[in-house]
Design a binder for this molecule. Structure first.
Ligand SMILES: [Zn+2]
Length: 48
């Protein structure tokens, strides 16, 4: 899964198993840590 890291200023790939998700305001919020710098990243995904 791809996330955008604001610190690396590029998209980084994160393993699906390293992504956590929570439902917020009817949207799915995905969280992961950048494998390069450890910065926390988040993005909204689709509710399945
Ligand atoms: Zn990074």
């Amino acid at each position: 899964m791809e996330f955008y890291c604001v610190k690396c200023k590029q998209k980084v790939k994160v393993l699906d198993s390293d992504v956590t998700s929570e439902v917020k305001s009817n949207r799915k919020l995905l969280r992961a840590k950048c494998p390069n710098c450890g910065t926390r990243m988040a993005k909204f995904g689709k509710l399945n």
